[in-house]
Design a protein. Structure first.
Length: 240
């Protein structure tokens, strides 16, 4: 099949996002401040404004036992599960199935007073990456979501302000095989998660409101999402 019009952009951005996500917080530029901590979860942000709008880049790292990176990316990518874990979602549509690992989404998110309601239009791509650092280590899985335009969905024509986002969920699975040569169970696997996002709110919203919203919503999202995947997979065979 011929290449989709978005393929070059997707391939370039996925490689760029993954290499950024693999950098530790200390390595990818100064100015990261820890703003939330919960068990193994650490959330960092950099305070950045574009045209007076808060676009604080966010980087979260988390470690979850008993699930694989493939499973996390699967439940993050597939539309049929999204209403189960995405707290601020009001409506979600798949506008185009570009390929079996690339979808085009249109979403409206619940209004967050006093800002106006937001919608977002983005491509979403899921990919397994070779683990080039640790040859025999388990693979790395990633999902990248990136805002895009579509003539039939022009921004800011209805009730919602269009937001622009780039999101990368990068997951690496660690397997600690049992000593006695028993088959690998969920007790022997751990997933290291890096979630990076930059959300441009589109229209003006008070910096204090946006920062309060992010501080509340991001930790809630990552905890709820990982709990959902843990619960969904606990009685299923391991998807490596
Ligand atoms: C005045 C508020 C303006 C911004 C509102 C808004 C819209 C979309 C989004 C968002 C859209 C997509 C993604 S995702 O990771 O690609 C998954 C697929 O849904 C993630 C977050 C975020 C927020 C901000 C609420 C904030 C917030 C932060 C984490 C989770 C939920 N809400």
């Amino acid at each position: 099949a011929g290449q989709h019009r978005l393929w070059p952009e997707i391939d370039t951005l996925v490689k760029q996002q993954v290499s950024m996500a693999r950098l530790g917080v200390g390595e990818c530029g100064a100015g990261w401040q820890l703003f939330a901590e919960d068990g193994e979860m650490r959330m960092y942000r950099r305070e950045e404004e574009v045209d007076g709008m808060v676009v604080d880049p966010l980087k979260a790292v988390h470690t979850v036992k008993g699930i694989t990176g493939h499973e996390l990316c699967h439940y993050f990518f597939k539309p049929e599960y999204r209403y189960d874990w995405e707290t601020t979602l009001e409506n979600m549509q798949v506008l185009e199935t570009i390929s079996d690992d690339t979808l085009l989404f249109f979403q409206t998110h619940k209004r967050i007073w006093p800002a106006s309601q937001r919608d977002t239009l983005f491509w979403s791509h899921m990919r397994r990456l070779p683990n080039d650092q640790d040859r025999d280590g388990p693979d790395i899985w990633a999902v990248v979501n990136n805002s895009t335009d579509l003539a039939s969905y022009p921004p800011n024509t209805g009730k919602c302000v269009r937001i622009f986002l780039t999101v990368c969920l990068l997951c690496q699975t660690r397997i600690d095989p049992p000593k006695d040569g028993a088959p690998i169970s969920r007790d022997n696997i751990t997933c290291k998660i890096t979630y990076c996002s930059v959300v441009n709110p589109g229209g003006w919203a008070p910096a204090s409101v946006l920062r309060a919203v992010y501080k509340r919503e991001y930790p809630k999202f990552l905890k709820r999402f990982t709990a959902f995947v843990t619960n969904k997979t606990k009685d299923k065979p391991i998807m490596f």
